[in-house]
Design a protein around this ligand. Structure first.
Ligand code: DI6
Ligand code: FE
Length: 404
């Protein structure tokens, strides 16, 4: 009988995504030894050490094997939908106008508060399944549509529950500072003190929080307010990340860098100084082309500055009901290339190695000894095909923790 956690994959083209001079860390005619769900050897099949000869061999017939994809920025847990708002925007209203008219994030808050945990899970699973169907093995999920203590916790409970209902790693982000709820209109500081920080402490006490996030923007919170949330995170020993410079530049990226954030996300309006600050703090820039596309933004993220300063770039769906109703990470890769002129190699690094860094996942995102055997097997010849095709899913198989 084949032990599903101890075997050798052979006849594979490997995009190992290890840092090297070889694009994609490619190994053709490669083999991967998996023991107890962990990668124990990787290389050209000709070089396979004899000590692994006893293992079952599973031929990949020349398919491409990559690390399992990682979607490091999603809001897949929420209630309701925003199709009507989509219509309003098509009639000419801007995203900010819709938000200021009580639509936008605040309307999803209403629907999310009306849902219980089971309803939130039931709504999220089809979105999660769509991601997994494209080879995703780890997903970040944010709160941020509750904006009251109980609903923020319920969103995170739903996110944690999803990890028990599907074969996937889930990382949660507390996003209590996503928007000011109607009952605190004009009192953002009071909301931070009375709701956001106490809810964060309660969620942390229940083991629901991996990372603390915020939305630093004119329609949400300024850098001084986010700083207070980050200080509370620091007190709890939690890492931070930030929605920064999506619609304007108000200093979020520099704040994220100052706190050694795992990532600064969106960053369309970040400038060269911001890029330098991210490089210095080792913070990943998470590029979210789905929101740029949906909002028909024209300000492009400073990709060249990120390259010049050596800022690691990740790509994610930002799946959410308003600005990015997108459940395809492959499409995000295509958009990253077509809209922002990222290379297909940058796109694949952005959903593997750099996405793992953005989530603080030290043992994922590369095919290398010691890494979890989270893999995606594709019916393609070259990794550039993953970014090149639009609306086509060439996934053959997904492997999580070595489980076939
Ligand atoms: N930026 C975004 O693009 C999403 N949240 C955020 O902080 C939008 C969320 C929404 O419109 O529901
Ligand atoms: Fe977002």
């Amino acid at each position: 009988m084949t032990d599903s956690f101890n075997y050798v994959l052979t006849q594979a083209n490997l995009a190992t995504m290890q840092q090297s001079d070889v694009p994609y860390g490619l190994v053709s005619g490669g083999a991967i030894v998996i023991r107890d769900g962990v990668i124990s050897w990787v290389g050209s099949a000709d070089m396979l050490p004899k000590e692994h000869a006893d293992l079952a061999v599973i031929p990949m017939n020349g398919r491409l094997v990559t690390p399992g994809l990682i979607d490091c920025h999603t809001h897949i847990v929420f209630g309701g939908d925003r199709a009507r708002e989509f219509e309003m925007r098509l009639e000419g209203a801007s995203y900010e106008e819709v938000a200021r008219a009580g639509g936008g994030i605040v309307s999803t808050v209403k629907a999310t508060r009306e849902a219980d945990v089971d309803a939130l899970i039931a709504g999220a699973l089809p979105r999660l399944d769509a991601l997994l169907a494209e080879g995703v093995t780890a997903v970040e999920i944010k709160s941020g549509y509750g904006l009251d203590r109980e609903t923020e916790l319920n969103m995170l409970r739903a996110a944690r529950a999803s990890a028990t209902l599907r074969d996937v790693q889930i990382k949660t982000s507390f996003l209590g500072a996503h928007a000011v709820p109607a009952e605190y209109a004009g009192r953002a500081d009071t909301y931070i003190d009375e709701v956001c920080i106490p809810a964060l402490r309660a969620a942390h006490a229940e083991g629901l929080v991996d990372v603390v996030d915020g939305f630093c923007e004119g329609i949400a919170f300024d850098a001084t307010q986010i700083r207070r949330v980050f200080e509370a995170a620091q007190e709890l020993g939690l890492p931070v990340k930030l929605h920064a410079e999506q619609l304007s530049n108000i200093g979020g990226t520099k704040l994220a860098a100052e706190f050694g954030a795992l990532s600064a996300d969106h960053v369309e309006y970040a400038n060269d100084d911001d890029a330098a600050a991210l490089a210095k703090s080792g913070t990943v820039a998470v590029i979210l082309p789905g929101a740029f596309y949906t909002l028909r933004e024209t300000q492009m993220p400073p990709i060249d500055s990120f390259r010049k300063h050596g800022v690691p770039m990740a790509l994610a769906t930002d799946c959410n009901p308003g600005s990015s109703p997108m459940t395809s990470l492959l499409l995000a890769m295509n958009m990253g290339c077509t809209l922002f002129r990222m290379t297909p190699e940058e796109a694949l690094i952005g959903v593997t190695r750099n996405a793992a860094q953005a989530l603080g996942l030290a043992n994922c995102g590369q095919i290398a000894p010691g890494m979890r055997a989270d893999l995606a097997v594709w019916d393609v010849k070259h990794p550039a095909e993953l970014s090149y095709r639009i609306g086509f899913n060439p996934l053959h198989k997904r492997i999580l923790g070595g489980a076939l």
